[in-house]
Design a protein around this ligand. Structure first.
Ligand code: HEM
Ligand code: HEM
Ligand SMILES: Nc1nc2c(c(=O)[nH]1)N[C@H]1C(S)=C(S)[C@@H](COP(=O)(O)O)O[C@H]1N2
Ligand SMILES: [Mo]
Length: 334
């Protein structure tokens, strides 16, 4: 049971980590599916506590080199799981300046090097019997129990009418929908709000070497609108009425181009399939008023059905390229 427990934990940690990021990547149905697997993996990790405690107690008694690191690792996993449960139940969504979701993901990220070290330092040789009938059966029982516990917890959240009952399929909570003044200002990680002078600002659209520069005045002549939901991976969403111009209107024919690189004045970029241009709004306003600096003045991208990190703010450049849209890191690095 000892070997089996450790191997199961390895698989479950990998599953929770992967499905968490898959859920962040999509703003549509795959996000929900991956969160079901995610939550079940998390519950299964918790369910293994009685067995893992025995292993850990033995290890700690032996004071093996690095046992303190294993304790730090344990604390990080506990913090991450607790923050995940607080977020999902709605018992604690925000703790001062940070959200439970940020703590959840932050603790998981910090735990990664500890997890790698733990598995290498305490490595166990893989054996054929790890895939035996009995091992797989145990795995099935564990996942069944974890799935049932997850379903029960969701039921409990609804019956007790906790805030968690009102979260979106991505797990996010509503903030200030249709009240643009309540829309939070948030960055992916380290970006700073630039102050941009509208008079000198230009939007450079570069398609097959035909470069066109748009002024804010040019763009303000359009008044195309969309109601869209900005769903931040920090754990909130907000529906707003955006106005501006569909990106496709700014694009001349682009033979051979298959993606669009949208660039912020800060260097933050995201790449989109060129076919999506008719569904991407270059927004100059929200709720009938111009954008403010925090929300992307003079223009920002509105990418309905995509998570917030695709909604590039302070856009200065759009380039049509022959690179596939997946030719980028899955998440921004700034
Ligand atoms: C939720 C994830 C995990 C936590 C919180 C955790 C925690 C711990 C702790 C606190 C110890 C005792 C201190 C030490 O010996 O360093 C330990 C020992 C150990 N862990 Fe883990 N661990 C986890 C996952 C894993 C995984 C994925 C593996 C292997 C694939 C593993 C293999 C071991 C082994 C072999 C020992 C040594 C036991 C002994 O010396 O008797 N652990 N773990
Ligand atoms: C390996 C570490 C992780 C573990 C053990 C873990 C575990 C959990 C648990 C137990 C929950 C609560 C599930 C529920 O009651 O609905 C949860 C929620 C969540 N986790 Fe993780 N998680 C980990 C890492 C991550 C990462 C790296 C991300 C994102 C990149 C992430 C994203 C989420 C999201 C979005 C929710 C909210 C789901 C909802 O409210 O429906 N998690 N996680
Ligand atoms: N240039 C730039 N654009 C950005 C970000 C950023 O860090 N830099 N953060 C993104 C993220 S993660 C979100 S959720 C939204 C937040 O938009 P808001 O501040 O208008 O609510 O902007 C997106 N656009
Ligand atoms: Mo975000």
């Amino acid at each position: 049971m000892k070997r089996w427990t450790n191997v199961a934990l390895l698989v479950l940690l990998g599953s929770a980590f992967t499905t968490g990021w898959v859920a962040f990547f999509y703003g549509t149905a795959p996000s929900r599916w991956s969160l079901v697997i995610h939550a079940a993996s998390g519950f299964a990790i918790v369910a293994l506590t009685p067995w893992k405690s025995v292993i850990a107690r033995n290890g700690i008694r032996r004071r093996r080199k690095g046992w303190v690191d294993s304790l730090v690792f344990t604390i990080l996993v506990i913090v991450s799981v607790l923050a995940g449960l607080l977020h999902s139940s709605g018992l604690l969504i925000q703790a001062g300046p940070v959200s439970a979701m940020e703590i959840h993901v932050g603790a998981a990220l910090v735990a990664v090097p500890f997890a790698i070290w733990h598995v290498i330092a305490r490595r166990i040789p893989v054996r054929g019997t790890d895939l035996s009938r009995r091992s797989l059966l145990r795995g099935g029982v564990l996942l069944g129990a974890a799935g049932a516990a997850y379903a029960a917890s969701e039921g409990l959240v609804r019956v007790s009418n906790l805030a968690g009952a009102r979260r979106r399929f991505t797990g996010s909570y509503a903030v200030g929908s249709l009240h643009p003044e309540q829309l939070p200002v948030t960055q992916w990680m380290f970006d700073n709000v630039p102050s941009i002078d509208a008079a000198g600002w230009r939007l450079t659209v570069d398609v097959a070497a035909a470069v066109r520069q748009w002024t804010l005045e040019d763009l303000m002549k359009f008044d195309e609108r969309v109601r869209a939901t900005l769903d931040c991976t920090g754990g909130f969403y907000s529906e707003q009425d955006w106005s501006g111009v569909w990106l496709s209107r700014l694009l001349p024919e682009a033979p051979g181009a298959i993606s669009l690189l949208v660039r912020s004045s800060t260097g933050y970029t995201r790449r989109f399939p060129i076919d999506e241009a008719a569904r991407l709004l270059i927004a100059t306003g929200v709720g009938g008023a111009p954008l403010d600096a925090g929300h992307g003045f003079p223009v920002r991208l509105v990418a309905p059905h995509r998570r917030g990190f695709w909604w590039v703010k302070w856009v200065v450049g759009i380039t049509a390229e022959q690179l596939p849209s997946w030719w980028q890191l899955p998440f921004p690095t700034q």
